[in-house]
Design a protein around this ligand. Sequence first.
Ligand code: URA
Length: 238
Amino acid sequence: MMRLDKFLSELNLGTRSQLKKEIKAGAVTVNGSKALSPQQQIEEETDQVSYKGQACVYEKYVYYVLHKPAGVVSATEDAHDRTVMDLLGDGKRKDLFPVGRLDKDTEGLLLLTNDGQLAHNLLAPGKHVEKEYECCLASAFDEHQKALLEQGVDIGEKKLTAPAIVHRLEDKKITLTITEGRFHQVKRMLHAVGNEVTYLKRIRMGSLMLEDTLPRGNYRKLTKEEVERLQYDRSSHF
Ligand code: URA
């Protein structure tokens, strides 16, 4: 059960105060009858609500992929910096959160959802879901560094990092695929093998790739098929 004005504002149809006025003015029906009270309780998954003649379909969970630019933090709130939530604009649902974190200077794929179960599936180390990064490096990448990353490296924690998948793209550019999400993990892994990351971009999380057509700072909703694939994602390599 949920209040009618909250239900409508979660669908991004306006602010709570605008919607209250519109409900009182008769713009909303519930199961065919005009609803005149914003406090009216509705059953969000079964009641038929319409707003200005349009049926309102409630989505319990929502999923967005954002192309995070550098300079914004992946938090829901921050006292100093712009957050990834700010990039979603004003009409967004209040229960969204980023699935994991990217550093302030890291760009690329960030999922935003209100589905805690999916977030757990993608982040839990035991699920081994792959996160793939494109890394520009300060010095030339060599076979020795590759072999170390593939075995697992000491980044100053109890356990070595899990084996990574590494592809050398250019002299100073690689892709690195990992299944964990330790703090600053990619930067620390490259540091541990004697190199440094100068630019970092996440290009994939499980089955979801960051497409070239999604410009930096933009976002889109995931399709139903994309969400279903993420729900069953596991690493195929490890
Ligand atoms: N590893 C890092 O070092 N930074 C990120 O933002 C993500 C992974």
